[in-house]
Structures are given as C-alpha cells and as structure tokens.
Design a protein around this ligand. Structure first.
Ligand SMILES: NC(=O)c1ccc[n+]([C@@H]2O[C@H](COP(=O)([O-])OP(=O)(O)OC[C@H]3O[C@@H](n4cnc5c(N)ncnc54)[C@H](OP(=O)(O)O)[C@@H]3O)[C@@H](O)[C@H]2O)c1
Length: 192
C-alpha cells in the first residue's frame, strides 16, 4: 500500500517521504517511486501534514506509540483492515482507527481511508471511490483534497465511529472478491 499510495501521490505532484524501520527498504521504494521521493528518519517527526499509516493492523498502534509526540498536530490516515487470520472477520469490537486515535497524541487527527481499495487496484491509477471517516471536519477536508487530487472521489461516511463500517466494508470487498467478483474489484457508490 505504501508503494501504491506513494506512487500515485508522487504522480499527482505531492511530496512523498517514506518512513520505515528498515531504511534500505524505504530507500528502495523511494528510488522506485522517483519524482523526488525521500526517506525520513524512523521515529522522527514526519515532514508532511498527512501521515499515511501503511502498516499492518498488528503493528499500527505500536508504530503510532513509537512515534509518540512526533505525530503531534498531524493528520493520521489509518488504512488498516483488522482482519482475522483467514480474513473472514474482524478482530476488534471497536475499530482499528479508534484504537489508533487512542494511542495518538491528542492534537493529532485520525481519518480512516483507503482500506476499502485493493493496493493493486489503486496502483492502476484509474479513478476510484474512496470512503473516509473521522471526527475532524478540517482533517477530513484536507484528506479529501489530497485524495481528490489523485482521482480518488471522496465519500464521507461520518465520524470516527463510522470507521468500523469502513472496516466491515473492507471485509465485504474481500468476500466479494473471493466469491465470484475476483480481485480486480473496487467498491463504489452511485451518486445522482
Ligand atoms: N494490500 C492491500 O490490498 C490492502 C488494501 C487495503 C488496506 N490494506 C491495509 O494496508 C496496510 C498495509 O498493507 P500492505 O498490504 O501494504 O502490507 P505489507 O506489504 O505487509 O506492508 C506492511 C508494512 O508495515 C510495516 N510494519 C509492520 N509492523 C510495523 C511496526 N510495528 N512498525 C513499523 N512498521 C511496521 C512493515 O515493515 P517491515 O518491512 O519492516 O516488516 C511493512 O513495510 C494493512 O493494514 C492492510 O490491512 C491493504
């Protein structure tokens, strides 16, 4: 997902900084993305206003906790799907995004987004629908502008409590893909 999001963002003129506990991997991805993508210091304050948490659910709270106050004031985009081992259910009764918010500095704003899009579908670069949720209208507007700039039409599902709906939608995407629709599938909405 870091590759798909970073590439798409760079192609649409955004500055991309990659942060990883494995600097060599981050540098390889920065080289692959090109367009001036840089590598930051893991654990240090990220350069951008929007920080995409492109880590597995099992590591996301840990990663946010490790950064601690370095994430103060940032918009944190939680893309994780808290799936169980065979991706047939969710492992949290709340939502990954709310767990991230509880671990993040108070001044950070968490927005759930991009968890309902397969990485390889995102990487195709075609226009897609992107569902988001979050408690800060300002943070959601910033994320929406970012996503819209990459031809990802933002549809707002509501406050951060709606993140659980988006995580269930991630499960729906997986179920549909496995049961006939195939993995080139993207979820969307008709808006008239
Ligand atoms: N793949 C998809 O199509 C898709 C679609 C929608 C949402 N998502 C969500 O997107 C997230 C990333 O998925 P992915 O498929 O890109 O996974 P991935 O290829 O396995 O990448 C996960 C990354 O997370 C890093 N990581 C794991 N635990 C960490 C920790 N404690 N601290 C710092 N970094 C940590 C890993 O770093 P190392 O290399 O150092 O281990 C790795 O770079 C997941 O939450 C997934 O549910 C994925």
């Amino acid at each position: 997902m870091a590759s798909a999001i970073g590439t798409r963002a760079a192609q649409h003129g955004h500055s991309v900084e990659l942060l990883s506990r494995n600097t060599a991997k981050a540098q390889a991805l920065a080289d692959q993305i090109g367009k001036g993508a840089t590598v930051g210091t893991f654990g240090a304050r990220p350069a951008g206003d929007i920080v995409i948490l492109a880590v597995l659910y099992d590591g996301v709270v840990d990663a946010v906790t490790n950064y601690g106050d370095a994430l103060a004031g940032k918009i944190l985009v939680d893309i994780s799907n808290p799936f169980n081992a065979d991706a047939s259910g969710l492992v949290t009764p709340s939502s990954a995004a709310q767990e991230v918010a509880a671990a993040a500095p108070e001044s950070a704003h968490v927005v759930k987004a991009l968890n309902t899009i397969f990485g390889h579908v995102l990487a195709k670069g075609t226009p897609l629908d992107a569902f988001i949720a979050g408690d800060s209208a300002e943070a959601k507007a910033t994320v929406a502008a970012f996503l819209d700039s990459m031809e990802l039409r933002t549809l707002d599902a509501g406050g951060l409590q709606a993140a659980s709906l988006l995580e269930s939608a991630g499960l729906l995407l997986m179920g549909l893909a496995r049961n006939g629709a195939g993995f080139d599938l993207a979820l969307g909405a008709e808006v008239s």
